[in-house]
Ligand binder design. Structure first.
Ligand SMILES: Cc1cc2nc3c(=O)[nH]c(=O)nc-3n(C[C@H](O)[C@H](O)[C@H](O)COP(=O)(O)OP(=O)(O)OC[C@H]3O[C@@H](n4cnc5c(N)ncnc54)[C@H](O)[C@@H]3O)c2cc1C
Length: 496
């Protein structure tokens, strides 16, 4: 293993250094809000893109391409001259030394800060049953979306193949979505549309319209945050689209070919299903643990860290934590909490540099929630206003067109929505075997992808060798110039 590299120390250093961890909603909006500030911003993120998570399910079901919901962060920030984007998974934050350590392929980099905004979000939680993940991928990343896409479309392919041989293929045509929150509802609705509408003419041995789509949740209602009335409306609407909604059903086991469920009355039953999707529960980035250990700030059950009302850590006014990582005033894990938090932190940093008094405590302004059920049907809640049906769907369309990152992504998403919702096509059905099994294969390597590249130490040693050679050449050139022996044949020179 080679030594640790330091980022940015030479060219920068004069101005106030802000480091932002994460390129999600909190990180991106925090960075953008520092555009005109007299600071250098270094964003360190473990992916090269900014992911618009609310539309991941459309990548998984073939409507949108990955790039339409995940533009390269450096392209988004290209015109922001004071911002630098560095790839790296942050593995440590040393609050005492004010240094962030990140890793790429086992190679560490240290980045120093004067102010820090931590916006590393959350990952899927399997409530202590992490072994479920192998058979029921979550919905948090582009890798998740592409794996799910390949699993969903692959299940129909395998069913066609099996049916052509006369095999029973019910388990291949049964799709189970766990978690009846907005993500689960949207996912179940889209798989149903895929099976019952999009794919119905494409196969010869199977009738995709007979596919079962099951949405299950341990809670007694669909979409709990939307209230009882909209929840009941959504359930009916899903059932109209042939989604089986099973409530009060707790998952007790998941394996390759099925899922085991315990009903409210204690009955244990099994659903044979190859394609399971986990849309239940999140757990904050593990970085909250290191921050908690160093500050004593407690964590809640979802691993979120309790922050001060101004989003800073106790005893560390220079460190802001925003978005899905924080536990503050029961704020929900939604994009607007992260966006507003990132902007608040940026404003505070600018204010301090300008000698302004501190802002009032962070206040979240709730702009409402929307969940789409199928084409032209959604539910929306804006303040006291509750909408369902086409009007809510049009609102969904408008909001997503405004918030989707980048003009070209908005235009191309609009075209893909026309193809999927007005027509019955899906522009992005391409999937490969590698998308299904690549991640599991990497997980079996001791150090993941780092095992597939040369040890950085070997590369560093070669570089060091070359550096010494170049230095020797430069020293000899300088000596020749000083001794006025440039152009003199080697045998007539004084030395060398
Ligand atoms: C499928 C799905 C659908 C959703 N739908 C909606 C919706 O309709 N409306 C809504 O308001 N909210 C929705 N949400 C929630 C919303 O997306 C999140 O609340 C929001 O993304 C939180 O922003 P964040 O900046 O805290 O984290 P994120 O947006 O998750 O960003 C975290 C960033 O940190 C990076 N990162 C993580 N760990 C590290 C590390 N160790 N080192 C470096 N970088 C790291 C990640 O790569 C990412 O760039 C949805 C979420 C999901 C998963």
């Amino acid at each position: 293993m080679s030594g640790t590299s330091t980022a940015g120390g030479v060219a920068k250093g004069q101005r106030h250094q802000v480091v932002v961890v994460g390129s999600g909603f909190g990180g991106l909006f925090g960075t953008k809000a520092l555009r005109r500030a007299d600071v250098d911003v270094t964003m360190v993120a473990k992916t090269t893109h900014h992911l618009f998570q609310p539309l991941i399910y459309q990548v998984a079901t073939g409507i949108l391409a990955a790039g339409e919901v995940a533009p390269p962060t450096r392209e988004v920030l290209a015109s922001q001259k004071n911002a630098t984007v560095l790839l790296g998974e942050v593995t440590d934050i040393d609050l005492e030394r004010r240094v962030v350590t990140s890793q790429v392929l086992g190679r560490p980099t240290e980045t120093s800060y004067d102010s820090l905004i931590v916006a590393a979000g959350a990952s899927q939680s399997y409530f202590g049953n992490d072994q479920f993940a192998e058979f029921a991928p979550g919905m948090k990343s582009i890798d998740d979306a592409l794996e799910l896409r390949a699993r969903i479309f692959g299940a129909f392919e395998m069913a066609e193949l099996g049916a052509s041989r006369g095999d029973d293929v019910d388990h291949l045509l049964t799709f189970v979505v766990v978690g009846a929150g907005p993500t689960g509802v949207e996912m179940a609705g889209q798989i149903a549309e895929l099976a019952h509408r999009t794919l119905k003419k494409d196969f010869r041995y199977i009738n995709t319209r007979t596919a079962r789509v099951i949405l299950l949740d341990a809670a007694p209602q669909v979409l709990p945050p939307f209230g009882h009335k909209l929840g009941a409306w959504t359930k009916r609407e899903l059932e109209k689209h042939d989604v089986e909604v099973q409530l009060g059903a707790m998952v007790t086991d998941v394996d390759e070919r099925g899922i085991e469920v315990k009903d409210k009355d204690g009955t244990l039953r099994r659903i044979d299903s190859v394609t399971k999707i986990w849309a239940a529960g999140v757990s904050a980035s593990p970085l909250t643990r290191t921050l908690s250990e160093q500050t004593g700030a407690p964590l809640d059950r979802a691993g979120r860290i309790h922050v001060n009302p101004d989003l800073t850590l106790p005893g560390h006014p220079e460190v802001f934590v925003v978005g899905d990582m924080i536990a503050l005033d029961n704020l929900p894990g939604v994009a607007q909490v992260a966006i507003q938090g990132g902007k608040y932190a940026a404003k505070e940093i600018k204010g301090r540099l300008a000698g302004k008094p501190a802002q009032k405590p962070f206040h979240y302004f709730d702009k409402g929630s929307i969940a789409i059920i199928s084409r032209f049907s959604a539910v929306a809640m804006v303040g006291k206003l509750k909408l369902s049906g086409l009007l809510a769907w049009l609102m969904w369309l408008g909001v997503h067109l405004v918030y989707l990152t980048g003009f070209k992504n908005r235009v191309s998403a609009l075209m893909k929505w026309a193809i999927a919702f007005v027509g019955r096509g899906r522009a992005n059905r391409t999937s490969t075997e590698q998308q299904i099994f690549g991640r599991a294969a990497l997980a079996r390597l001791e150090h993941g992808a780092a095992d597939l590249v040369s040890d950085p130490g070997v590369y560093d040693a070669a570089l060091e060798e070359r550096r010494k050679e170049l230095e020797a050449i430069a020293a000899e050139e300088a000596r020749l110039t000083d001794a006025r022996e440039r152009g003199v044949p080697a045998e007539r020179r004084t030395v060398g």
